[in-house]
Each structure stands twice: as structure tokens, then as C-alpha cells.
Design a protein around this ligand. Sequence first.
Ligand code: NAD
Length: 248
Amino acid sequence: MLLQDQVAVITGAASARGLGFATAKMFADQGAKVVIIDLDADASQAAASQLGGDHLGLAANVANEQQVNAAIEQVLAKYGRIDVLVNNAGITQPVKLMDIKRDNYDAVLDVSLRGTLLMSQAVIPTMRRQRSGSIICISSVSAQRGGGIFGGPHYSAAKAGVLGLMKAMARELGPDNVRVNAITPGLIQTDITAGKLSDEMRQSILAGIPLNRLGDASDIAGAALFLASPLSAYSTGITLDVNGGMLI
Ligand code: NAD
């Protein structure tokens, strides 16, 4: 078991078909005590109970400092440590450049970028004290390509910001043996993509993917497991592309 008795906090993990829940499941199967943090308390608790065993589901908006800190206090009260944080919560808005309004911009940046900062700040004192920890930031191929199919330009900007923040955190926290890395998923089949791709769109997307398939949530969970576990003990500040070869 790669994560035996490790405490792993995963944001945005209540959605059954999402990347966060698939990661929660894989971590639980590897022996972790998993904390699911999402917007709705009932949904978070229901998702945590589906994992079986000693897990926790909590409500917090990752962009709200008070809610984030209150959730992390509850995690520490129950488990006393935090070994892994996966900053997975994110929202998309498929609008074009000139259609971005201040509200859209604020919402998208708040969840991905401010949320990653606030959640990381909330767990860092504990990880520093432990002198160990792994923070994993879920970015996107949209950050690298400058655009995606389902996210607007502000989404690309938020996810590129996540990569910069990840690298800065990795530099600062390295001496404390806290590792910080990112995953840039390509197009993965989740609620974001379900039912929204015509056959024509799917074929044209597949033509740009050498592995000739969309990703599964478990493809991202596997990458997250690698970055969470001692298998990646000498990696910090890296970006793991999981996109079927889209950027070759
Ligand atoms: P999803 O919509 O299925 O899940 C996102 C979860 O985040 C939901 O459960 C939602 O309730 C939660 N959430 C939203 N705002 C929140 C907030 N303020 N606080 C706490 N939780 C919040 O999405 P997904 O496809 O599983 O995506 C997960 C992550 O992966 C996102 O960051 C997304 O941008 C990124 N990503 C997804 C793809 C893809 O193809 N699906 C590709 C690249 C990157």
C-alpha cells in the first residue's frame, strides 16, 4: 500500500464522475484516510462514505479563507496530521475573449488560483512541522496550449497561474521536505465533457491525440498517486502532462 495511514485532503472531490473522486478512491484503496472537501456538506459526506472505512467529508468553498481554515481545523482535530493535499476544485466557462465579464473572471480565478493558495496556506504549517508533505495542483493542458475546448481564456490564465504558484511554493517549501507538483490533464471524460461532444467534435479532437482516446479519471488519479507517494520522493516543482500525447 503506497499511502498506508497517510491523511490526504482532496478538494472538489464530491462529484462521482470527477477527477477528484477517482483520486479519492485510488488513495483510499492504497490505505489513505481521505478528506473530501467540496461545496456541499451532504455531497461531501456521501462521497466520503462511498469510499468505505475511515474517511471524512466536509463543506468549504476553497476561495473562502474562513471556510478553508475551519475545514482544516476539523481535519487536524480528527486525524492530527495532513500528508497530502490535492488542489483539484476548479470551474470552467467556455466563453470567448471579448465575452469575459468581470464576474466570470473573478469566479474562475477565485476557485482555481485563490483556492489553491488558500488551501495550501492552510496545510503548510502542519506539513512544515511534520517535515513532510506532498501538495498536488491540478492545472490543465489549457494552460500550456493557451486555450481549451471547454475553458475560456480566463480559465487558461488561472491554470497557468496555478503552475507559477506551484513552482514558487516548491522552491520555498523544499527545505522543509514539502514537495509541490502539478498535473496538467488533457481532455478527460467527466461531467465537464459528458454529452457535450458531437461525433464530429470527438473525431477532430482524437486526431490530435496520439493515444487516440480521451482520458479516464483514473489516468489522473494514477498520476496523483505517484506524486503523493514516496515513488516521487525526489520530484518537486514538476508538471506531469497526462494528455495522451496532445503536446508532442
Ligand atoms: P467536476 O466539475 O466534475 O468537479 C469539480 C468539483 O469541484 C465539483 O465537485 C464542484 O462542486 C467542486 N467545486 C467547484 N467550485 C468549488 C469551490 N469553490 N470550492 C470547493 N469545491 C468546488 O470537474 P473535473 O472534470 O473533475 O475537474 C477537476 C479539476 O481538473 C478541475 O480543476 C478542472 O479544471 C481540471 N481539469 C479537468 C479536465 C477535464 O477534461 N475534465 C481537464 C483539465 C483540467
